[in-house]
Design a protein around this ligand. Sequence first.
Ligand code: PHE
Length: 335
Amino acid sequence: MKERLLALEKAASAEIEEIEDPSELEKFRIRYLGKKGELTILMKDVGGLPPPQRPEMGKLANRIKGNLTSRINQAKKTLASGRDRQKGFLDVTLPGREPRRGHLHPITSVIKEVCQIFSKMGFRVVKGPNVELDYYNFEALNIPKDHPARDMQDTFYISDNVVLRTHTSPMQVRVMETHLPPVSVIAPGKVYRRDSDVSHTPMFHQVEGLLVDKGVTFGDLKGTLSGFVHQMFGKETRLRFRPSFFPFTEPSAEVDIVCVICGGKGCRTCSHTGWLEILGSGMVDPAVYRFVEYDADVYSGFAFGMGIERIAMLKYGIDDIQLFFKNEMRFLRQF
Ligand code: PHE
């Protein structure tokens, strides 16, 4: 009996050294100390020995059981702390976790795209104030006080002479005032009008364009804007120039593109006309040149202004302008 007990102790001690994970350790415990475990069975056999031998063998068996139990508990702790150490271990060969990244707002990326297209044609990007003098927003654009054309744009007034700009056209005046021709600039930015429904928000974005030089014609205007439309909406996109009126351009034209939804057949989006308006444009009115002291007999040029939300809606097929400003992630994630 003594040999069997000592042999078991030796085998068990050797075995426990090799154990590397908690489930193995548990199997080990069951094998020796479980109800039908090897040591448990031996201990029962001790009970069946002749009485004189029982105390000594009982003591030995109990000592082995005690040792084994404490070694198992010790190993449990060691394995657990080993796992903790593994948690903090940095394996530089593992592929990285992709960080959650944001991206540009669709309006920002459309502005960038528009600016890129015109930059490639030689236009320089300029920016100006959102809080603007009446002079730049209206007066110098040939819209005198009390002129009915002021009603075209429902204005936020800061004071009698200061407004939130209702369009980016004041940048035409600011650029010409400080630069002699030739000039070719585009001016993206925010504009403000007292207006709010499915197709209007009180703040929206425009990109203004201005080119003035000797001998600039309406043909240049058409060529430039056609080039833009084809790059923005695709080479196949048909467009048309429709006569219009702006106090600061003469002649004036609005540009329509063929409806992106129905392809020109007529649908709800295009009010059954087959066409969608995307921008206002025209040849700079000589009246404006007088404010910036350009010689209208020597120089001519064109200007245009487009609504960015409008372009984005057509490009992505969005039917509610309010979506751009709700900060709804399910909407924004799509871009
Ligand atoms: N500023 C005009 C608008 O907001 C657009 C425009 C710009 C028209 C330049 C002609 C020339 O409606």
